[in-house]
Write a protein that binds this ligand. Sequence first.
Ligand code: GLA
Ligand code: ZN
Length: 680
Amino acid sequence: MMNKKLPKVWYGGDYNPEQWDEEVWRQDDRLFKLAGIDIATINVFSWALNQPNEDTYNFAWLDETIDRLYRNGVYVCLGTSTAAHPAWMARKYPDILRVDYEGRKRKFGGRHHSCPNSATYRKYAKRMASQLAERYKDHPALLIWHVSNEYGGYCYCDNCAGAFRTWLKERYGTLDALNKAWNTRFWGHTFYDWEDIVVPNALSEEWAGNRTNFQGISLDYRRFQSDSLLDCYKLERDELKRSTPDIPVTTNLMGFYPELDYFKWAKEMDVVSWDNYPSLDTPFSYTAMTHSLMRGLKHGQPFMLMEQTPGVQNWQPYNSAKRPGVMRLWSYQAVAHGADTVMFFQLRRSVGACEKYHGAVIEHVGHEHTRVFRECAELGKELQLLGDRLLDARSDAKVAIMYDWENRWGLELSSGPTIALNYVNEVHKYYDALHQLHIQTDMVGVEADLAQYDVVIAPVMYMVKPGLAERIEAFVARGGTFVTTFFSGIVNENDIVTLGGYPGELRKVMGIWAEEIDALLPDQKNQMVIRGKQGQLEGAYDCGILCDVIHAESAQIVAEYGSDYYKGMPSLTVNRFGQGKAWYVASSPDAKFLQDLMKTICGEHDIAPVLEAPAGVEVTSRVKEGKAYTFVLNHTDEAQTIPLGEAVYKELLTGEKEQGHCQVPARGVMILEKLLGHDG
Ligand code: GLA
Ligand code: ZN
């Protein structure tokens, strides 16, 4: 367990004392105590301060900061400071500067801007990590390492081009194999020399960020850049581990961030951490889904909420204030989905530069008499009282949704069949349906062990990587229910079509053949007309975006299309395969259909809602040492009544007994521990 030294939900966040003087530090010490803060993430952007020139390292300020925090009961999440390289380094070693998508060489400025394949960057980043690790390895304040910050962005420089060729040689062995994998006879792209291969950006194959002439090279470039940044992370991590093998190492991720394959990253991290910045109108089921994904990266292991704003942000188009109660509600939402920390960006609002309008626990006024501070302090107190009760509790979901970054890259890079297809949105539609039904759902990768699940849903599983079809077949054969959709099973991992009929490798388990794929115009609809009544499915539902024109082979037809030239042809099928079933949803249906389908499938597996709660109330469950904790999160502006059935609960935040019904205040939270012996 990560929270051994500080056995409670860690509470704190990013802290930049280097931007302030001693007088302010004294205020910070006092205010942190008042707010119940016990962890500070420091040293994230202080490379320039730590290393003023090539040969000088200066950690006096950091020594002092860590000691001061520790004296005041605050532990540290210690950054490695490599998230922004120093100006002198950029001037002296321009190889650390990235080349952008348009082919322009960057100059010094901004952050997260080092070329991941720069030998200079790697050398100095590694050296910094090793210096920090040696220096602070025995410091009792050190709880966890925070490597760099929000890795991301791609580079297209000559160093990267060279490293890309090496990466390709390792992946394909020979140019022949590469030419075949990328289908380079198309448009006369055959490569006769590795040096012929250039990076795919706006100067070569791509435009508009993710449009490409050649999926093969564009897909591999994404893999390669994700790997390159991951190598940078590993380089630092290995240095840290050498001196502090027992201190966990993380780097903060960004949810559905498109550019990095986080399933691959998570394997190298001791604990997943992520930065949650929804806007006022982000559906709360979308945030829930993102938390679930972050939990799924390490197979259900608790994650860290590394950053959220206590009040406002600064980088969104409209930076709405979090309404009273919302910061607390969203903090518990993270915990409800598996977070063992609640942390902010940032603890004190900065005085200058672009983040001065970003909220903080301590606002510009500098004292504790603000709404935001009061809310933070109240939550701090609550988390102290909660202690270690929930730490390391797990999800007990029986339903999983599969998500895959490479599949996303393949889909998004595809020219056709429609620009209306947004993979994450399609995934969210299914998650949202389950969420509205209050059915606990995990998000998993394509390599996940499916043993604990009864139902696995893989929306738009366009790319079927080696072994996936076999794993799905085995899952269904042993009694599981699998659901996939239109535009699935189309290509292999190199974006080369699986010949012999869609959905390719999934055809056997789905028992259908998709002959054509029809894209609908934005306001065009078709219908899924249920034949008779099937479980909760009845009548006609709207569908759109894409319609696969399919033939049932071994599958049974559950619904047919209601219009167009494929009227009467199947739009929803179910195939019995071994002990289980495989559903093919041939178009993108409306929300009502998805709820009815999920009810039908969950009903067949006796998967019940965590609680029957009204709309706008989120319910999740975490289990630990045989105890079940039910979180009730009221996202509405009114108090809500929740029927509790036969069971008797203790509410952890008030200590009160709840039974029969419970009342959750507007934007309120309840954590219900089921009392044993009252199972009903
Ligand atoms: C990111 C970064 C932080 C800060 C916040 C502001 O998450 O990691 O350094 O810039 O955004 O929202
Ligand atoms: Zn580069």
